[in-house]
Design a protein around this ligand. Structure first.
Ligand code: NDP
Length: 448
């Protein structure tokens, strides 16, 4: 069978078994394009049907979440947990609370998580979960009741050696706290079954910062590889949530100039760049007041707000898409290329469409896929699990040093497997490096 025929056959299988799941198809197609040749070259992978098994989740749990609003009316949402592949460790991956959550979105995220977790070198399988619940505009009491109801069902399926959820879009420190509290009560045991916990109750230092910091470490590794530095480069960032804010923080620490941030209402452009004071304002606006990004442009002279747009028309050297999936389409990618962007580092999961990635590769733009560049979050989650298992709490510096080392190792894996004639294909490198570890584990464990 040719490599292309193998990819086509896999996509036919996925589309026939899981129709109407476009995000999941997109994620599988992207991985298959990088790894199908490995199966072609290694009959043991083909005989064991590694690819066909990888695209079928170990288990999917779907459940009703009933909860009461403050006005005592009853609300009903749908909850999910996709336990995708447990070959190299307990399922590990975040929970997303957002109205756009569907099984397709969670299967794409869970599938990506298999490879991301493999790249970290830590013992973690891939999983993802969440709900179509929208925490925006809900009172703290409503969010707590929702989280408690969600956990009443989820707790049967998770545990420190089984499945360890964390946060994602719409699930931050507040939600993780409520979810963990309910889990602990139901399990009658204090275990590290959730990560992203508060420092006071078993959380790891640097977990809040980890994804954004890790993304910037990764970009810095890419630049060092071509004998350049982030210092002095103009960066655009999308989003203003957990990943975006700490990407901005670390980029500033490395001497970059960061000029944009966004939310679902539009983006702000500050040509002078953010500084410590402006970042503190942004953090308070988004993390404490849960306000809208447009407020920034009213507060700081020279800054503008563009409604309903993403920041990719703003000239930059480095772009950090850090909001959500498919936020860089074909035209956005062409705009980035035209304006001189040289590196795209994905803080979010799958923010670039397949067409956009082609533009980056064709235009010689260095491209870091999310599964490598944003693996810092799950890395520190893995370190949180280790600390919890040993009833220990490591220092800020110890955790950050480990994070920096693991991001450097992930970069090295991408280079090892993605080196092409003139440059490194990070997408291929990440997919191949991650796949080999999982495939070997599956092969060794037999037909399960
Ligand atoms: P947050 O909920 O903290 O922030 C999300 C940000 O993206 C907000 O600014 C939000 O705007 C914006 N956003 C969300 N959906 C959309 C949309 N459809 N269109 C435009 N803007 C949108 O999430 P995180 O920062 O945690 O996650 C961001 C991305 O990073 C996601 O892809 C996530 O999967 C990925 N990621 C997160 C990790 C983590 O540790 N948190 C780890 C690895 C990946 P608004 O406030 O208006 O909704």
């Amino acid at each position: 069978m040719s490599v292309q025929a193998r990819i086509d056959a896999l996509m036919d299988l996925v589309k026939s078994r899981s129709p109407h799941e476009p995000e999941f198809h997109q994620a599988v197609h992207e991985v298959a394009g990088s790894v199908a040749h490995l199966v072609e070259d290694n009959p043991a992978y083909a005989d064991a049907r590694i690819l066909e098994r990888l695209v079928e989740p170990d288990r999917v749990v779907i459940f009703r979440v009933t909860w009461m609003r403050d006005d005592e009316s009853i609300a009903i949402n749908r909850g999910y947990r996709v336990q995708f592949n447990g070959a190299i460790g307990p399922y590990k991956g975040g929970l997303r609370f957002h109205p756009s959550v569907t099984l397709s979105v969670l299967k794409f995220l869970g599938f990506e998580q298999i490879f991301k977790n493999s790249l970290t070198g830590l013992p973690m399988g891939g999983g993802k979960g969440g709900s179509d619940f929208n925490p925006k505009g809900r009172s703290d009491a409503e969010v707590m009741r929702f989280c408690q109801s969600f956990m009443i069902e989820l707790h049967r399926h998770i545990g420190p050696d089984t499945d360890v959820p964390a946060g994602d879009i719409g699930v931050g420190a507040r939600e993780v706290g409520y979810l963990f509290g309910q889990y602990r009560r139901l399990a009658n045991a204090w275990t590290g079954t959730m990560t992203g916990k508060g420092i006071a109750f078993g959380g790891s230092r640097i977990r809040t910062e980890a994804t954004g910091y890790g993304s910037v470490y990764f970009a810095q590794n890419m630049l060092h590889h071509i004998s350049e530095e982030l210092a002095g480069k103009t960066c655009t960032v999308s989003g203003s949530g957990n990943v975006a804010l700490y990407t901005i923080e670390k980029a500033l620490a490395f001497g970059a100039k960061v000029v944009t941030a966004s939310d679902s209402g539009g983006f702000i452009h500050d040509p002078e760049g953010f500084d410590a004071e402006k970042l503190a304002y942004l953090k308070n606006l988004k993390e404490v007041e849960r306000g809208r990004i447009s407020e920034y442009a009213k507060k700081f002279k020279g800054a503008t707000f563009t409604k309903d747009q993403r920041p990719w028309s703003v000239p930059c050297d480095v772009a950090f898409p850090s909001a959500t999936q498919n936020e860089i389409g074909l035209e956005d990618a062409k705009g980035l290329a035209k304006n001189g962007c040289r590196l795209v580092c994905e803080g979010a999961n799958m923010p670039s469409t397949a067409e956009a990635i082609d533009v980056f590769h064709d235009g010689g733009i260095l491209f870091a896929p999310g599964k490598a560049a944003n693996a810092g979050g799950v890395t520190v989650s893995g370190l949180e699990m280790m600390q919890n298992a040993g009833f220990m709490s490591w220092t800020h510096d110890a955790v950050e040093q480990r994070l920096a080392e693991i991001m450097r190792d992930i970069h090295a894996t991408c280079v090892q497997h993605g080196q092409e004639e003139k440059r490194v294909n990070y997408l291929k490198g990440a997919n191949v490096g991650a796949f080999l570890r999982v495939a070997e584990a599956m092969l060794a464990q037999g037909a399960v």
